[in-house]
Design a protein around this ligand. Sequence first.
Ligand SMILES: Nc1ncnc2c1ncn2[C@@H]1O[C@H](COP(=O)(O)OP(=O)(O)O)[C@@H](O)[C@H]1O
Ligand SMILES: Cc1cn([C@H]2C[C@H](O)[C@@H](COP(=O)(O)O)O2)c(=O)[nH]c1=O
Length: 194
Amino acid sequence: MAQLFFKYGAMNSGKTIEILKVAHNYEEQNKPVIIMTSGVDDRAGVGTVSSRIGLERPAHPIFQGDDVFEQVKAINAGANCVLIDEAQFLTKAHVFQLAKIVDELNIPVMAFGLKNDFRNELFEGSKYLLLYADKLEEMKTICWFCAKKATMNLRFHDDQPVYEGEQVQIGGNEAYYPVCRRHYYNPPLDMLGK
Ligand SMILES: Nc1ncnc2c1ncn2[C@@H]1O[C@H](COP(=O)(O)OP(=O)(O)O)[C@@H](O)[C@H]1O
Ligand SMILES: Cc1cn([C@H]2C[C@H](O)[C@@H](COP(=O)(O)O)O2)c(=O)[nH]c1=O
């Protein structure tokens, strides 16, 4: 029986590289997969999954009003797996459609994304994936300032940490740091030269 997976982790925890690895493992056995990503994140261009380690691949973009169930049926209803990056930006409806892919098409869906935003609130996609996924898995990385696990994402603006603002602001290492709880509230700015 197929399952819906939500693999969540702070920024830089290797989510995209894991997608590329899983896709490679299926494809080298001639088992096709579908790679998708939110159309909201355009860092590497809309419809691209791109890891900091330098690897990237085209992906089917998912936009606000899209029906992901119908998209997957149209692309390849016999795919072995659906891999989704930036799942935090999905809507509640998208998450229900992912569950339908699993339950009606019997295709495993692995969604990768952030759990919490820079204010430490859940994203919509993450909230419903936490509620509807069959399996949850934490992807781990270390705090920018110590050796603890990073569970939060700290946003910077003009060299200062920010805790309020619009939830969505696309960016990478120039704007966000993965941090532990202690350093989320008290980041040692001298360690950044800020
Ligand atoms: N030059 C490198 N050599 C080895 N690992 C690297 C390199 N650059 C980045 N990485 C690893 O890639 C991971 C970030 O991967 P990425 O897929 O971009 O993460 P995420 O999608 O979670 O933000 C980090 O764990 C980092 O250790
Ligand atoms: C914390 C946080 C992140 N974002 C954006 C920033 C990036 O574009 C993505 C996450 O990228 P990842 O490295 O692939 O995990 O999400 C945001 O818009 N709002 C936030 O609070």
